[in-house]
Design a binder for this molecule. Sequence first.
Ligand SMILES: C[S@@+](CC[C@H](N)C(=O)[O-])C[C@H]1O[C@@H](n2cnc3c(N)ncnc32)[C@H](O)[C@@H]1O
Length: 229
Amino acid sequence: MLELVGSPGYETISKPSEYVMRWVEAKIAEKGAMNFGELGVGIGATTLAVAEKMSGKGEMHLFDFERRVDELGDDLKKRGFDNITTYANTERHWDSYHWNLSKLIREGKGEFFDVIYIDGAHTYLHDALAFFMCDRLLKVGGIIVFDDWYWAFTNSKWMRDTRDQFMTEEQAEALQIKMFLEELVNDHVGYEQVEKLTVYRKIAGTSRSSENVIGASQIGSRLKNLFSR
Ligand SMILES: C[S@@+](CC[C@H](N)C(=O)[O-])C[C@H]1O[C@@H](n2cnc3c(N)ncnc32)[C@H](O)[C@@H]1O
């Protein structure tokens, strides 16, 4: 898989995300080691750069279709990275990384990740759910990076021949990541937007089992601030 990085036809997925690299570097500088999750690995451009930066410290958890993530996991292991766990899902219409995330939540993984990169389906259906699931698995202070909020199916070759089986024309034209970030994440009390429509920091736990669960008093004071603006 990694041999495809930089090769013709793969230009758009051959460059590591600068946002991910910035926040991975910041976390490593802050804590020495960190745990990283990536939903949608492509051909591994960002994954490889992050693996090199982490240099074997902390854990990497990678989610994608079986044909991609298993091969990438093998490639990384051959390069000496043994801190990788892969989670493969099928290409059945309603399958996605959400199913493996659900297993991690059920197994009690808890608030484990420092940085999670959500760069998979780019649909409201998959990725808004993935955000709420990742929230359960992210440490307070942890970072979620979203890819390309300005991306729409209609301008891409991805699923061009099959997309009408999966979505309406309106959905193909919509900026689906931007939509759910504006509707569900930007004013989420547990998150602050750090880089516009791309990087969000978890500032408080929002489940009862979370550390630093957001209290009624904090919500009250935030509402007061909001209304006094
Ligand atoms: C843009 S690429 C990811 C690029 C990668 N994050 C990087 O920075 O190099 C999107 C990835 O999402 C995966 N993906 C899309 N829909 C998916 C689904 N339903 N389940 C699992 N993976 C999916 C694709 O297979 C593809 O590898």
